[in-house]
Design a binder for this molecule. Structure first.
Ligand code: BES
Ligand code: ZN
Length: 962
């Protein structure tokens, strides 16, 4: 998601051995909590006397009365009054809060989350104290940093069913990194550096900004006040009600009380940004904020946000509940964007669009980010998962809704094909044994962070798309609206979703008994509903509670189709000794679809067992499964199946839909990796591409050929590298020569141009280098004023970066540029230099964090590692500077996972594998364990195997093809 090259990085994945016992684990911890609570609430003497040793020790040496990572549920928050005063000169903040809590079970302590906060004072008032204005009773504060918790010990037991108010004064430094309440800086056109303060809380960082019940289930209302100087503005989730002037000229902004929400969605900031605003059809005021000199880049985001907000309000039939929505471009931001309710924060490149330097892909990214974060205002903010194990209910849905909303609001972006590619991308991850189920146990902060990966996002979205295709769009839409309405301002889990999806009427429609009777409902339709409910739930359990992706093997004999399902494993062959064990107990309910040569009809069937047989109504010359690639499975055609399809592609490829052509290319190469299809057969399949009229299909084929080129180049297999280069240039020459160097045509025309010219210049195709050099020189001569077409900008910079003068000039321009889109392109170009000392210089600048911001370090290391001349450099650097990197980013965070996978997963030799293994073992010995380690090791093993098996085939195929 934060990549210099492709916007979506394939991120870490967490692997659990437990497959079907997620809920068992969940219940167990609940039981333990209950035991502990009653231990404290029932004993009237010393609560600690029973089992002293089992409790942790607080920082002051006293016993800390709670031992679980999860908070107890004896006390729940109702309302927070929070007043924060950040000082942008001394870079710290002082704050106070009052939390109104409800005691559900009598207790002698309150456990809150708090991390790196200095608590100055804590007091407690009962309702009676409040009524009679009695001062608060002082509370003893214990802290247990290992669990990021504090305990407030009360002098007298808190009584069940009563409300209390807890007041806490606290202070801290503005954080250095990207979490909690942190500082961010930017440079003005005039060269001045300015500081702002901003929050970023998801998943578990609200506790760094104020003591709170920092779990998604503890929803409450928040009344926020922010103190600031008059040269600044303050923003928060809600509209400002008033500003009061304090002594000394300080201003205090009061914001309206929020709706009921989780702590991770709270946000506020103090800055001196400018904004543009507009009004959505429903009257909601939408504003885009950015640093003053970047104001001119905000207009596209405003247009997109207004369109998308209108779309969602209509689609969900639920009003966006706040009066305003702000989206802010933050100069230092760790992830891509964050959906804080009413105050969406973004990386500059995720929100700003500069017509002079932003390409079509950049525009698509901004649109996708806004579509995603606005979808969260419903999926995530209004309805939140109960716990982080089901974070896919947030992220999978927001990712799925990108498809639905962008297709309607920006059809010209043809987002469908991107969505399909995204599903292919996650299949790579999910077909390793180290994958994990979508819904997965997560306890520690690191584990919770690791849940934000391709499986929660992309696999989540892809299986939702499959379910939509199975249920029909209309029914699916009704179901999700039902889910959103039913669980508004509340939390939900997997099963709640499945029930809503099989129940297409609202709670209010149901007369009695919790069943749904709508329209002409009778008892039999109730039964049908119950059956369907079980059906959806059973089907979806196989996709969310079980890891991996199925392979459907089709064997056709005359009119009979024999189907078989297996677990698809990349890099493990059926002949391998371990294959059988890896298959055991895997079974999916697969909604298969197929079309045949005899009609346009889409046939449907649910494959529930390992094998099944279908009868075709008539004789056909070919069968294609997984129509439009809506299903999350790979298809293998045994016997003559593939040959028939290859013949079909060569004779009249347009008889198949474009997405079916893309999926054939994809599946064929995946089957090669799994040892089911020979590489030459898959390569033969791509020969039809010279007649291909669909650009996404053409690009899919090109992607694989380019990939092989990069593998050969990295491994220094010079004969194959040369021949492949020759083949690529010869095969795509007509297409390359047709390209103009202007931004013109449809989105896909423009993406084809970028891809082909990038390839041509990378392969040193003379006309390409010549044109790019010419444009680069003109650009330098114009002192960077000349506008180069945005689709070829990165290519021109990359060619320019190959000379020392060009490289140095680009670095100067990097520092000066105010466009994040341009900076990313320059940084990528700089990273393609063949000179190691230049690459090292970039890494040093990235570590220093001034010219190259720390937020871009992970993408930079990734980019350098992709450069054959930089791969060893980047990897050595990571090994030697691991400790320094961990000071910049948290373990389990997005950048750390990107740095690890980005600098290692392209390795393909046994020595490299051994080296990486040793490094991971040393990290584990130091106490750092990440699930990405196993993914990387499996990926490298898979690469090794691929080469062993396919290099001779590739070599021979090229010899007969050029
Ligand atoms: N909720 C996430 C932000 C987030 C990411 C929080 C990781 C905690 C950990 C946000 O909605 C998101 O998904 N952002 C994406 C961009 C999106 C367009 C896919 C991101 O940051 O990569
Ligand atoms: Zn998200």
């Amino acid at each position: 998601r934060i990549d210099l090259v492709f916007h979506s990085a394939v991120m870490a994945n967490s692997h659990r051995k437990l497959i079907f016992n997620i809920y068992i684990g969940f219940y167990c911890s609940a039981v333990i909590q209950i035991c502990i609570c009653s231990q404290f609430t029932s004993s009237s003497i010393d609560p600690f006397s029973k089992d002293r040793g089992a409790f942790p020790v607080a920082t002051n040496g006293e016993i800390f009365p709670w031992r679980e990572l999860r908070l107890p549920t004896m006390v729940i928050p109702l309302h927070y009054d929070l007043c924060v005063h950040p000082n942008l000169t001394s870079l710290d903040f002082v704050a106070s809060e009052k939390i109104e809590v409800l005691v559900r079970d009598a207790t002698q302590f309150i456990i809150l989350h708090s991390k790196d906060l200095e608590i100055m004072n804590a007091t407690l008032q009962s309702e009676e104290d409040l009524r009679y204005r009695k001062p608060g009773k002082k509370l003893t504060v214990l802290s247990y940093p290992a669990h990021e918790q504090i305990a407030l010990l009360v002098p007298e037991k808190l009584m069940a069913d009563l409300r209390y108010s807890v007041a806490i004064d606290f202070q801290a430094k503005l954080a250095d990194g990207f979490e909690g309440f942190y500082k961010s800086t930017y440079r003005t056109l005039g060269g001045e550096t300015r500081t702002i303060a901003v929050t970023d809380f998801e998943p578990t960082q609200a506790r760094m900004a104020f003591p709170c019940f920092d779990e998604p289930l503890f929803k409450a209302n928040f009344s926020i006040k922010i103190r600031r100087e008059s040269r600044h503005i303050a923003l928060s989730n809600m509209p400002k009600v008033k500003t009061i002037e304090l002594e000394g000229g300080l201003l205090e902004d009061h914001f309206e009380t929020t709706v009921k929400m989780s702590t991770y969605l709270v946000a506020y900031m103090v800055c001196d940004f400018n904004s543009v605003s507009g009004t959505a059809s429903s009257g909601v005021k939408v504003s885009i904020h950015a640093a003053p000199d970047k104001w001119s880049q905000t207009h596209y985001a405003l247009e997109a946000s207004l369109k998308l907000l209108d779309f969602y309000e209509n689609y969900f039939d639920i009003h966006y509940p706040l009066a305003k929505l702000d989206l802010v471009a933050i100069p230092d931001f760790e992830s891509g964007a964050m959906e804080n309710w009413g105050l969406v924060t973004c990386r500059e490149t995720s929100l700003l669009f500069d017509p002079k330097t932003s390409s079509t892909s950049d525009k698509l990214w901004v649109t996708k980010v806004i579509a995603h974060e606005l979808a969260h205002q419903w999926f995530g903010n209004l309805v939140t998962m109960e716990w982080w194990n089901d974070i896919w209910l947030n992220e999978g849905f927001a990712t799925y809704m990108e498809l639905i909303s962008v297709n309607v609001t920006y059809p010209e972006l043809q987002f469908d094909d991107d969505f399909l590619n995204m599903c292919f991308e996650v299949i790579k991850r999910d077909s390793l044994n180290s994958s994990r189920p979508i819904s997965n146990q997560a306890e520690t902060s690191t584990q919770i962070k690791e849940m934000f990966d391709a499986l929660s996002y992309e696999k989540g979205a892809c299986i939702l798309n499959m379910l939509k295709d199975f249920l029909s769009e209309e029914k699916f839409k009704k179901g999700i609206i039902h889910y959103l309405k039913k669980f508004s301002y509340r939390n939900a889990k997997n099963d709640d979703l499945w029930s809503s999806l099989s129940n297409d009427c609202l709670e209010s429609d149901s007369a009695s008994g919790g069943f749904c009777y709508s329209d002409s409902k009778t008892t039999s339709s109730t039964l049908a509903f119950l059956r369907e409910n079980v059906e959806v739930k059973q089907m979806m359990a196989t996709w969310t509670l079980q890891k991996g992706i199925p392979l459907v093997v089709v064997n056709r004999e005359a009119r009979s189709l024999r189907l078989r399902q297996e677990r698809f494993l990349n890099g493990v062959f059926k002949e391998d000794p371990g294959w059988g064990a890896l298959q055991e107990r895997y079974l999916w309910r697969i909604p298969v679809t197929y079309s045949t040569s005899s009609s346009n009809a889409i046939h449907r069937h649910i494959l529930k067992s390992k094998t099944d047989t279908l009868d075709l109504p008539e004789k056909t010359s070919w069968v294609k499964f997984n129509v439009d690639s809506n299903g999350y499975y790979i298809v293998h055609y045994e016997g003559h199946g593939w040959d028939q399809l290859i013949t079909l592609l060569n004779q009249s490829h347009t008889l198949l839909r474009p997405k079916d052509r893309i999926s054939l290319i994809h599946d064929a190469f995946q089957l090669v990796s799994a040892g089911r299809l020979t590489l030459d057969k898959a390569l033969d399949l791509t020969r039809y591409l010279q007649h291909e009229t669909s650009i996404p299909a053409l690009l899919k084929g090109l992607e694989y050929l380019e990939l092989f080129y990069h593998i050969m180049e990295r491994r220094n297999v010079s004969d194959v590298t040369e021949n492949l280069k020759h083949y690529l240039l010869q095969y795509f020459k007509p297409a390359i020569d047709m390209q103009s160097w202007h931004d013109e045509g449809s989105v896909w025309d423009r993406r084809l141009r970028s891809a082909l010219l990038k390839l041509a210049c990378y392969l040193n195709h003379a006309p390409c280098i010549q044109k790019a050099t010419e444009l680069f020189s003109q650009w330098m001569e114009s002192s960077g004023k000349l506008n180069i077409p945005t689709d070829v900008l990165k290519i021109v910079y990359s060619v320019g970066a190959q000379t020392t003068a060009g490289w140095n000039y680009l670095l100067e321009q990097y520092e000066l540029s105010l466009s994040g889109a341009e900076k990313n392109k320059i940084l990528y170009a700089l990273s393609t230099s063949k000179h190691q000392e230049k690459l090292m210089k970039l890494i040093e600048l990235g570590m220093e964090g001034k010219v190259i911001k720390t937020q871009d370090l992970a993408a930079l290391l990734h980019a350098i590692a992709r450069n054959p001349k930089g791969q060893q450099l980047a990897w050595n650097f990571v090994k030697e500077n691991w400790i320094h990197l961990l000071k910049k980013f948290e373990l389990g965070s997005f950048p750390i996972r990107m740095i690890i996978s980005g600098t290692t997963s392209h390795f393909s030799s046994k020595d490299e594998l051994q080296e990486v293994k040793l490094f991971f073992e040393s990290l584990k010995a130091q106490g750092s364990h990440l699930e990405i380690f196993q993914i990387v090791l499996e990926t490298i093993s898979k690469n090794i195997k691929w080469l062993e098996k396919n290099l001779p085939t590739l070599r021979n195929w090229l010899l007969i093809s050029i």
